[in-house]
Design a protein around this ligand. Structure first.
Ligand SMILES: *[C@@H]1O[C@H](CO)[C@@H](O)[C@H](O)[C@H]1NC(C)=O
Ligand SMILES: *[C@@H]1O[C@H](CO)[C@@H](O)[C@H](O)[C@H]1NC(C)=O
Ligand SMILES: *[C@@H]1O[C@H](CO)[C@@H](O)[C@H](O)[C@H]1NC(C)=O
Ligand SMILES: *[C@@H]1O[C@H](CO)[C@@H](O)[C@H](O)[C@H]1NC(C)=O
Ligand SMILES: *[C@@H]1O[C@H](CO)[C@@H](O)[C@H](O)[C@H]1NC(C)=O
Ligand SMILES: *[C@@H]1O[C@H](CO)[C@@H](O)[C@H](O)[C@H]1NC(C)=O
Length: 394
């Protein structure tokens, strides 16, 4: 096959043809393509171009690659004025085989939205987005199909903060339908030193996560600083599995504890959902969970006060009986009882009974809860774009 074949410009192939391609079980045969081209030529005589679109994915890096047979033809789409596309595939079917190499290719201080379309697969690499690379989107194929994983621990990386599989220091990061994971074996137990590992550290402002997974045990999600949004995410952890000093809204998320199980009647604590680190009464930070669910194993707190002004709200959230009846913990510093802000509002389930909560736990009034219930809490009207914004489809 010559490198140049007559075919249609990608953009004008009707969606129906693309669907036929997408659903082919076998690689398209030459005769099938020939028939298509004949058909196309007679139906669309106006746009025969010398574009090697239908075949180029078989010829990446010089030779036929059977692993690319299912790779979408005519993909990725060309850049637009506002969006640049970086295509990542572990089998070499498009431009990049690692996520970091695609990040490295994004221009510094770009005003475009730079979408890394990341094909299904587990990417075993440590990824870092520096502050000089704003406006990057990671778009996976589903949080059960695309994942980034690395194997550092606090010990191996000289501190929890450096253990993250993915670290984001840039503004305007977006992730859709992708998972961030740690690979630590064995899973750290309460009291273990140095075994904790962060799946992602989010240290940039204005970050949004849609349909993402966060898998770890102790210290899974370092929700470090800036304003962040999480929607329909799956977050797994044990001790302090969401921690940091960001201002974040979690909507419709599933929080799954894998903390050590505790026998009925035993009061041992084996984990905590949050460890928020607000330092002073002036800081406008805190975690708000709205319409989430908490389940899994262990006997855990909703939060503990990593710093004196720790602030966390749970609203309309269902809590299983793994939540300890006292609910919260002051990090063994009673002076924090006066400065923490721990609120609950209209939660349900066996874990949501407020009767035995710590005295400083607040049952929020309607007026107290209101500022935490929607994206205004994170100034979303100033920056948050909808899920479909800049979505790249095959
Ligand atoms: C991101 O891109 C937008 C335009 O799409 C631009 O206004 C903004 O300045 C960029 N963000 C940063 C931090 O450069
Ligand atoms: C992580 O995996 C890499 C590559 O397999 C290996 O070289 C390294 O020793 C592992 N690190 C730890 C802390 O296990
Ligand atoms: C981490 O390092 C500390 C101090 O060197 C050591 O005591 C601990 O056992 C290590 N933890 C793991 C999980 O290797
Ligand atoms: C991607 O995430 C969105 C938002 O949570 C969800 O509606 C959609 O079903 C997800 N798609 C896939 C392919 O996982
Ligand atoms: C609450 O979350 C559930 C499960 O994610 C979802 O089906 C439902 O639509 C959400 N309700 C609202 C009001 O967002
Ligand atoms: C969020 O709720 C506040 C208070 O009810 C309201 O003023 C604001 O318009 C709401 N914002 C959004 C984005 O719905």
């Amino acid at each position: 096959m010559s490198a140049k074949v007559f075919s249609l410009s990608c953009c004008i192939i009707p969606a129906a043809f693309l669907l036929i391609f997408a659903h082919l079980n076998n690689p398209p045969t030459i005769s099938f393509l020939g028939a298509l081209l004949d058909l196309a030529a007679s139906s669309f005589p106006f746009n025969l171009l010398e574009v090697d679109c239908l075949f180029n994915y078989h010829h990446r890096r010089g030779e036929y690659n059977p692993l690319c047979d299912d790779f979408p033809p005519c993909f990725p789409p060309p850049d637009t004025e506002a969006t640049s596309v970086f295509c990542v595939d572990p089998n070499g079917c498009c431009d990049f085989t690692t996520v970091q190499s695609a990040v490295d290719a994004v221009p510094r201080h770009s005003e475009n939205r730079n979408v890394l379309w990341i094909n299904k697969g587990v990417y075993f690499e440590k990824v870092m987005i520096p502050a000089t690379k704003p406006n990057i989107t990671f778009q996976g194929q589903g949080f059960d199909l695309t994942a980034i994983m690395w194997n550092d621990t606090a010990n191996s990386s000289h501190g929890t903060f450096y253990s993250a599989s993915v670290s984001v220091f840039a503004t305007g990061f977006v992730a859709k339908n992708i998972s961030f994971m740690v690979n630590v074996a064995p899973i750290p137990r309460p009291g273990d030193v140095g075994a904790q590992a962060v799946a992602i550290r989010i240290g940039g402002d204005q970050a949004a996560f849609w349909g993402c997974g966060f898998f770890g045990a102790q210290d899974t999600l370092h929700d470090d600083r800036g304003r962040h949004y999480f929607k329909e995410c799956f977050i797994q952890g044990s001790i302090d599995f969401i921690f940091g000093d960001a201002r974040s809204l979690y909507e419709n998320c599933r929080l799954i504890s894998i903390a050590d199980p505790v026998s009925a009647g035993v009061r041992t604590i084996t984990g905590s959902v949050t460890a928020h680190a607000r330092e002073s009464n002036e800081d406008h930070t805190g975690y708000s969970f709205v319409n989430c669910s908490i389940g899994g194993t262990g006997r855990i707190w909703l939060g503990r006060a990593w710093r004196p002004y720790s602030r966390v709200v749970f609203a309309y959230t269902s809590m299983s009986d793994i939540i300890a009846s006292e609910g919260w913990n002051d990090w063994n510093d009673p002076s924090r009882d006066q400065s923490v802000f721990y609120g609950e509002y209209k939660c349900t389930g066996d874990g949501a009974n407020l009767a035995d909560r710590m005295p400083y736990a607040l049952k929020l009034s309607d007026a107290q809860a209101l500022p935490y219930l929607n994206t205004s809490y994170i100034d979303g009207d100033r920056w948050l774009k909808p899920y479909c914004d800049s979505l790249i489809s095959t």
